[in-house]
Design a binder for this molecule. Structure first.
Ligand code: F6P
Length: 362
């Protein structure tokens, strides 16, 4: 008799479009390959389900009808972890024993963990603790090392582009400056792509500290040429040249005394003072992570899901599925977990933006 393969599914960290498509890809491909010799358990709310033993036994019908749904049918949460060391509760106690207990009680062969940067790092800790894992890279930030693209990213680019498209007409009617703040604390992939796609006049990303005078110069130059409105796409992690050189203590004090709720408001305030042009802010926020995945993400998440099933069937654990040069591959989890994929300052897309006259703030 063939041995049963038992798999736990986890969606962890911030949600994004394509999670259900990936869950579906893993489940359908496992049932296709292993038939009755596979059992799949969906953990509720990310690692919480594994910690608390809160899971659902998934039938093959659970993987149908979810391809286009946003969010995750399993729920998700963020878990505290100490980089390189442990996953802990609010009092700092290790949660690894509880996770291993559920893993052993269910007699699992492997966990499929779908997550962003933080999740790749915590998944590595879980694998170091003795549980087999296969991970899938998901995030609207596209900042996971070792993969050209993550699912969720393209859907968020579509939404962010659409937001700026809509802002264009009202900005132009009122001859106003609009600062549109897009998600991305550490990396500017989303802002750069949506900014180029929507014809933004300035794109401010965490990797290139901005000089507000340069942005104001661009707005004044456009005004002189007869275009009274300008669109500034800024990442939530955009930082000025002045703030970039602050010490940690100085940054902390600045944050405490900051009268603005987000960087876009500070930028808008300064630009209005410097240019005299009425300036408004738009922050689409979590809207960028919501709704159905775009077709590209549906396909990518399905490809990633089936590749994860292949790894499990072949007992190739502790790897992250990735796409490089349009080929679906897998890489050692430790590589993916060790770095963040920032936007290189000399990336060809940044050059494209500069080539068409977009102000990058420097
Ligand atoms: O990592 C995805 C992301 O959407 C970031 O772009 C953003 O900074 C962060 O998550 C927001 O996190 P939360 O959902 O916890 O507010």
């Amino acid at each position: 008799m063939k041995r049963m393969t038992r798999v736990g599914l986890i969606t962890s960290g911030g949600d994004c479009q394509g999670l259900n498509a990936a869950i579906r890809g893993v489940g359908k491909a496992l049932f296709q390959r292993l038939g009755k010799n596979v059992e799949i358990f969906g953990m509720y709310d990310g690692y919480r389900g594994l910690i608390d033993g809160d899971y659902k036994y998934m039938e093959s019908s659970d993987f149908s009808g979810i391809l286009t749904q946003g969010g995750t049918i399993l729920g998700t949460s963020r878990q505290r972890y100490i980089p390189g060391k442990d996953i802990v509760d609010k009092d700092g106690n290790s949660l690894m024993p509880a996770m291993l207990d559920t893993y052993n009680r269910l007699n699992l062969d492997c966990l499929v963990i779908m997550g962003g940067n933080g999740t790749q790092k915590s998944a590595k800790l879980i694998s170091d603790y003795g549980m087999n894992v296969v991970t899938l890279p998901k995030t609207i930030d596209n900042d996971i090392w070792g993969t050209d693209t993550t699912f969720g990213f393209q859907s968020a680019v579509d939404i962010a582009t659409n937001v700026i498209d809509y802002i264009h007409s009202t900005a132009s009617s009122h001859s106003r400056v609009f600062v549109v703040e897009l998600m991305g604390r550490d990396a500017g992939w989303l802002t750069l792509n949506a900014g180029i796609a929507s014809g933004a006049d300035a794109i401010l990303i965490p990797e290139i500290p901005y000089d507000i005078e340069k942005v104001a110069d661009m707005i004044r130059a456009r005004k002189e040429e007869g275009r009274g409105f300008s669109i500034v796409a800024c990442a939530e992690g955009a930082v000025s040249i002045h703030d970039k050189i602050l010490t940690e203590e100085e940054s902390r004090r600045k944050r405490e005394n900051n009268r603005f709720p987000a960087v876009s408001y500070a930028i808008a305030d300064e630009l209005q003072k410097l240019t005299g042009v009425e300036t408004r802010v738009t922050v689409p926020g979590h809207y960028q992570r919501g709704g159905p995945p775009c077709p590209y993400d549906r396909v990518l998440a399905t490809q990633f899901g089936t590749a994860a099933a292949d790894l499990i069937v072949n007992k190739q654990y502790n790897r992250m599925v990735a796409i490089q040069d349009n080929r679906i591959i897998s890489i050692p989890l430790e590589d993916a977990a060790s770095k963040t994929k920032f936007l290189p300052k000399d990336h060809s897309m940044i050059q494209v933006a500069r080539d068409i006259g977009i102000c990058m703030g420097d």
